[in-house]
Write a protein of this length. Structure first.
Length: 537
């Protein structure tokens, strides 16, 4: 038996295998996916199915294929692949596909697994939401004691060899590096024993003038050398050492399913997701060869650095802020006609590739920019963007099984405290995702709705908004509860020259006081982000 709460999740199934998520759930996920697609007018939907390298993935892969077949769908097995390969394949309609299903827990630990579902729509790929699209099918079956698996469910694999997406996807991605054959220099790739290792041979073949070194290349679902999440503290220490030892131009790392990209500069310094997002945005907006939509819109998530807004303005773009999460980023990008988008968690989205996030495309786009227009070291490119002092993401761990309710209550109580200050015109309180508070209030934008104006395509303003043309805060913070873990996530940022440590620690003390005193819940700082361990009593 699987955890039925999985059907209350938002963008994907995700949990510990087999306690929360197992073959049974994967079979039903395939069945209900087909039912949903039939409701969209697809009589016999063709679905690309792929998997990552986790030890539990082959069994889940076979089970979801069986579930698809049991309901009259046509599974197109792609085998071992990256998430962006499956999403691209669905968007391009490879093999007549109208949807994609990827077995992966992305950057989660090795004990976890998950299922990502996507739907092809005109010009884009849309996330199929578990609670909104799949759960209604599950509810219809609940309590039905006569359920039977169709005979087709006993045929888990196609008669022909698996769909070979790798060469097609790499060839497609190379359009972001038109100078691929002349790209020079040395780069170190850290694939972290994930499926990003699939890209190594095709890249070496196409980047013939460059030297591509790699570490942790063997695909191993136990992730023996570093966490599947490259953003965790210390995860890229070996990559940093290797970049400095080989005097490489930069180092790049993929997460477990290779849809995210992390960067290390030539000095071995970690480039944050915000900084890389700003750099790629600048490279796109500054490309005179491109044809842009009006205003050159760029979408970014609510936890991103103000650096993103400053960079978009600097290069003549129009910033749009949205809720955290790939489903919202993609939807907002399509609504405003964005030329680029992404999140500080190292997701980078490209409209020409069906608005998907792709680690490979991000790597090629940045390397092309470095080669064709930047003509300077990565550290200088990042420094020229004038990044703000930032706390990094700090995580407070809620030590309770009821962590979802407690973390939500803690954020709500903190929000109320700052709403009281906003009434005194000290700050703005913006509740797009969790709560963001901006200091100071300025007369040029009297209300938060003028600071972040609602858009005609989203009149309620609950998914995305515009940004005031000239406002700049002295400092700001965002606090939101994690959707997947017992954590409250905190990001604090100050204007250049200001010390970010003091307001960050004060905010953490305030949050911990709420949890311990008001909610009677033990709480601890699990990760101090970029500011290091602090003694706060």
């Amino acid at each position: 038996m699987f955890d039925r709460d999985q059907f209350d999740r938002s963008a994907d199934f995700r949990g510990e295998y087999p306690r929360e998520l197992n073959e049974e759930l994967a079979w039903f996920a395939g069945r209900y996916l087909v039912r949903f697609l039939k409701q969209q007018g697809q009589s016999s939907p063709r679905i690309i199915v792929g998997r990552d390298g986790r030890r539990s993935s082959p069994a889940l892969y076979a089970a979801i294929i069986q579930g698809i077949a049991s309901e009259g769908g046509v599974p197109l097995p792609a085998g071992l692949c990256t998430t962006d390969m499956v999403v691209w394949g669905a968007g391009a309609g490879i093999g007549g596909a109208v949807a994609g299903a990827m077995i992966t827990a992305s950057h989660n630990p090795a004990k976890d697994n998950g299922i990502k579902l996507t739907l092809r729509i005109p010009g884009a790929v849309q996330t199929i939401l578990i609670k909104d699209h799949i759960k209604p099918q599950f509810i219809k079956d609940a309590g039905n004691s006569s359920l039977e698996a169709a005979q087709a469910a006993c045929v888990p694999f196609a008669k022909s060899p698996t769909l070979d997406l790798l060469p097609k996807f790499v060839e497609w991605s190379m359009r972001w590096a038109p100078d691929a054959k002349t790209l020079q220099g040395r780069v170190v790739l850290d694939t972290g024993n994930g499926v990003g290792g699939l890209f190594l041979k095709p890249l070496a073949k196409r980047l013939s003038a460059a030297r591509v070194d790699a570490i942790f290349t063997e695909i191993d679902g136990n992730f023996p050398n570093r966490p599947s999440n490259p953003g965790l503290p210390g995860a890229l220490n070996v990559l940093k050492q290797e970049v400095k030892r080989t005097e490489a131009m930069f180092g790049a790392a993929f997460d477990g399913d290779a849809d995210r990209l992390f960067l290390v500069d030539e000095k071995g310094t970690f480039v944050t997701g915000d900084q890389l997002l700003a750099a790629i945005a600048a490279s796109i907006l500054d490309d005179s060869a491109r044809e842009f939509t009006a205003g050159k819109p760029v979408v970014f998530a609510a936890t991103c650095s103000w650096l993103i807004i400053e960079t978009i303005r600097r290069f003549g773009g129009t910033p749009y802020i949205c809720r955290v999460g790939q489903e919202t980023v993609k939807t907002a990008m399509q609504a405003v006609g964005a030329v680029f988008g992404g999140e500080s968690s190292a997701h980078f989205n490209f409209p020409e590739s069906y608005y998907q996030d792709s680690g490979l495309i991000a790597l090629l786009a940045f390397w092309q920019y470095l080669h064709a227009r930047a003509k300077k070291p990565v550290s200088e490119i990042i420094a020229s963007l004038n990044p703000w002092p930032h706390s990094g993401e700090i995580n407070l761990e809620i030590k309770s099984e009821n962590f979802r309710t407690i973390s939500e209550d803690a954020v709500a109580r903190l929000t109320k405290r700052y709403l009281d200050r906003a009434k005194l015109q000290e700050c703005y309180v913006f509740e797009l995702d969790g709560v963001s508070v901006y200091f100071p209030w300025r007369a040029g934008a009297p209300t938060v709705d003028e600071l972040f104006p609602k858009q005609s395509g989203n009149p309620t303003g609950e998914r995305y908004r515009g940004v005031h043309a000239t406002y700049q805060p002295d400092w700001w913070f965002n606090i939101r509860r994690s959707n997947n873990e017992p954590l409250i996530r905190v990001n604090v940022e100050c204007k250049a020259g200001m010390d970010v440590t003091q307001p960050t620690v004060a905010l953490i003390v305030e949050l911990m006081t709420i949890c311990r005193n008001d909610l009677n819940c033990p709480v601890a700082v699990k990760d101090w982000g970029a500011i290091g361990p602090q003694n706060i009593g």
